[in-house]
Write a protein that binds this ligand. Sequence first.
Ligand code: PXG
Length: 462
Amino acid sequence: MTTTRTTAQWQAADAAHFLHPFTDFQGLAKKGARIITSADGIYLRDSDGHRILDAMSGLWCVNVGYGQQALVDAATRQLKELPFYNAFFQTATPPAIELAEMLAEVSPPQFQHVFFAGSGSEGNDTVVRMVRRYWDLLGQPERQVIISRHNAYHGSTMAGASLGGMSGMHAQGGLPIPGIVHIEQPYWWEHGRPKGLSRDEFGLVAARWLEDKILEIGADKVAAFIGEPIQGAGGVIIPPATYWPEVQRICDRYGVLLVSDEVICGFGRTGRWFGCETMGSRPDLMTFAKGVTSGYIPLGGVMVGERIARVLIEKGGEFNHGYTYSGHPVACAVALANLKLIREQRLVEHVHDDVGPHLAKAYEALRDHPLVGDAETCGLMGAILLVKDKARGTAFDEAVEIGMVCRGHCFREGLIMRAVGDRMIIAPPLVITRTQIDEMVVLIRRCLDLTLADAKAAGWLA
Ligand code: PXG
């Protein structure tokens, strides 16, 4: 199929018919999309035959890397045996049941139940419905408000985008929906450093913004707090170590449910099975997607803590919510094969003990680069902050779009590294080796050098 058309032909057909997500349609049509045709391990191949190191795991999801035969076989077997049956009318399929069982095994002990969805966005829609249902069942229907954070990403459905704190998304479509409010993010560079706070001091300050907000609204009206252990799409914002334990203390104190959005941080990304384990929180709900199938097929859902599950089950009555593909047998079969692979190949340990520390060391070494204001990692998530003046930590003029300049060099050099403002971010497949990390970091340094050369030539450093 991929050899039947030239790149230009693919691009023309793409521009004629395909409206891409989060894309300026006109701009893309002019430039032409990059056509990815195949992949293996941590490398992609495009329609011009270029090999590209995928340091973003597709879109934070291909945790086991490309080309894993066990996942292909699981899908094929299940497609032949039973390609679809629903879970609505008192029915279930073996893959969905087995996956539910296995998710309970790999999750923190408070999670024994799961609600399946088709994506992370749908999972977060379920979260909104479920926390409100929980408080209804407990006779506290006025507990409606969900607190989230600016620059969070929780998906693109009405509820997902509302929970998220992306102003560009809120500006389109009258969001957020009622009952969702936002506090500031725990980003030290933005809010802590300018005030002269240490990272740990700032972590406590940022967590207490949650307490302030709960007190402002009234604890009896607050249903839940939701956050990504580490904000991914927001630019790999790794909160200070003091942040999540303090958030946990505050949620406990006011009886507010804690929701950990594990769509990116789940399934080994941070060196534990779930990001909340790395960050030290004990959530009541966990949203998951992406890495649950390593992106080979869509699947999402919510792990439901016993505090909530017991109420939903024991108080009875129908929960009027669900999706056609809740517990899709093929998706669940692929997820099962994926989780087994992660377990058998000890990929979580591989991240925690081996490649995570190796990446951390390599990023430490990048700090000497003149453009690098900060370089930090957690497990296999990494961020480099590009600055104009290293000594003062001053930012580039926004109009320069320094991140996009750097990203352009990455593309040309055969590396997928994302730019979020001035932050260059990575989240490579968990199967990456030390040697491949070294290869990736050589590419990163080269792209930083090229970006620095551009900045000097254009006078952006002045
Ligand atoms: N929660 C989190 C934390 C996410 O990162 C979602 C929910 C929504 O999942 P679905 O499966 O509905 O897309 C996500 C998705 C980016 C980018 O630019 C990140 C995501 C999606 C698209 C782009 O980094 N994350």
